[in-house]
Design a protein around this ligand. Structure first.
Ligand SMILES: [Zn+2]
Ligand SMILES: [Zn+2]
Length: 221
């Protein structure tokens, strides 16, 4: 059955386009991203992965680790195949990049927390991609995976919403804490664009008692 599917939907190496797999044996050793710059995730001031002093008052998240630039076509293709086409084999090379970044999260967090997907979306998609990322990062770093967030009704005072909107856009992601909340959390998602998802998650966790909340994603646009 699997071989029939391979014939119907052939896979191509995202680096050299050879047919057979998402990352061929020839390209696999070179599939790494050594030079991800350390910058503030919001204003791109360089030097540190922490949110800079100018942006910090406007967001809840303390910093961001990302494994690869979203501008890299290989990463975009893999995420597309994995998340939207639903081919789980495309996660294997992505998992390699996640594991290669495990050392960056050491010392920053006591727990790896996946961003929860709404049950309806998880059902239609069949899996929560943030959970896969969190599991891989947890295995590679030795930091435990904790489901400290769930989907829920979360009411933010209007004034705070207006203030946060300026930097991260609408808070359309609704999370609720699931105690016990670890002191320092590393919240995982697949892609960082405006940062609104991770920031909403960090905010909920901090309101529930977390002291520090960092984000981890495969790719940042
Ligand atoms: Zn190749
Ligand atoms: Zn900044």
């Amino acid at each position: 059955m699997a071989r029939v599917l391979d014939l119907l939907f052939p896979r191509f190496c995202v680096a050299c386009h050879a047919e057979g797999s998402y990352l061929c044996e020839k390209c696999s050793p070179a599939f790494s991203f050594e030079t991800v710059p350390a910058t503030c995730p919001f204003c791109h001031t360089s030097g540190s992965r922490s949110v800079c002093a100018d942006c910090a008052p406007q967001v809840a998240i303390d910093g961001l680790i990302y494994a690869a630039p979203y501008a890299d076509r290989r990463v975009r293709d893999l995420i597309h195949q994995w998340k939207f086409v639903g081919d789980r084999d495309a996660f294997e090379p992505l998992g390699k990049i996640i594991a290669s970044r495990a050392s960056f999260v050491l010392g920053l967090a006591d727990a790896i927390v996946p961003v929860p997907l709404s049950t309806r979306r998880e059902r239609s998609r069949g899996f929560n991609q943030a959970h896969w990322i969190a599991e891989m990062l947890s295995d590679a770093s030795g930091i435990p995976l904790v489901h400290a967030l769930t989907r829920g009704v979360h009411t933010t005072p209007r004034s705070q919403v207006d203030r946060l909107k300026r930097l991260v856009g609408d808070l359309d992601h609704v999370f609720a804490p699931r105690p016990p909340i670890p002191e320092r959390v590393m919240v995982c998602d697949d892609v960082f664009t405006s940062g609104s998802t991770l920031d909403a998650a960090a905010k909920v966790l901090k309101e529930a008692g977390a002291k520090e909340a960092w984000g981890f994603v495969i790719a940042k646009s």
